[in-house]
Design a protein around this ligand. Structure first.
Ligand code: FES
Length: 257
């Protein structure tokens, strides 16, 4: 028989971007261990609405670990206690009856709180806009093997492309660095022949935008890799640093139009 649990939730409530926020405490009974974390949050919101109170605002979309929207810090860890797992894929069986769970939004200056647990991550969009594209004609889909690519290279690019842009790497970093995210976005394009034409310009532009958005520098604490739900490796940051050094050396910079 499926077990149920009683929980105490300490949830960050904040009316809007300019208001001060604070934790509010809620009790939930009969939460099934088979529920997902977001289903548990839905039950909380239904309870609050039934009591005539404001439900908790939180981001979510796919609930399948694909979109990167479900940004919550659970007991101090972005996406909670399970390795390589987004909040939406986290299940209540990883918690225990009587547990107190603290739930906060991402804490980073470039991700201002919009309301409760929702933060504005458009800084990530602007990093991608500054260089995350190729200028070659894409046309219609070509045969998968039209451009031969070594398996090792293709795998490396695919590993980088697994980044869902959730921002957990920034939220956990003491410097609020976006190096893991930016390096993943750069690596998946810089590694492939289709993306090499703009490699230097892309690298300089995306790093420049990242710095301009107020993200901090990387000091190799490695926490980003530890909490990344897609297991993006610090190797990507090493590649970014190599690509950046080469691009700077070539003094290649031209503004991306
Ligand atoms: S809701 Fe899409 S990754 Fe969690």
């Amino acid at each position: 028989m499926e077990k149920t649990m009683q929980l105490t939730l300490k949830v960050w409530r904040q009316k809007d971007a300019t208001s001060d926020g604070s934790f509010e405490e809620y009790q939930l009974d009969n939460i099934s261990e088979g529920s997902s974390f977001l289903e548990m949050m839905d039950i909380l919101s239904e309870k609050l609405v039934a009591e005539g109170r404001e439900p908790v605002a939180f981001d979510h979309d796919c609930r399948e670990g694909i979109c990167g929207m479900c940004s919550m810090t659970i007991d101090g860890i972005p996406h909670g206690p399970e390795n390589a797992t987004t909040t939406c894929q986290l299940h209540m069986r990883h918690f225990h009856d009587g547990q107190t769970i603290t739930i906060e939004p991402w804490r980073a200056k470039p991700f201002p709180v919009v309301k409760d647990l929702v933060v504005d991550r458009s800084a990530f969009d602007r990093i991608i806009q500054s260089g995350g594209f190729i200028t070659g004609r894409a046309g219609s889909a070509v045969d998968a093997n039209a451009i031969p690519i070594e398996k090792q290279t293709a795998d490396h690019a695919m590993d980088a492309a697994a980044c869902i842009g959730c921002g957990a790497c920034v939220a956990v970093c003491p410097n609020a660095s976006a190096m893991l995210f930016t390096s993943a976005k750069l690596t998946h394009m810089n590694s492939l022949p289709q993306g090499r034409a703009e490699k230097d310009r892309r690298t300089l532009a995306m790093v420049s935008t990242m710095d301009g958005e107020g993200f901090g520098g990387c000091t190799n604490t490695g926490e980003c890799q530890a909490v990344c739900p897609k297991s993006i490796s610090l190797d990507m940051i090493a590649q970014l640093n190599r690509d950046y050094t080469v691009a700077q050396t070539k003094n290649f910079f031209q503004p991306v139009l």
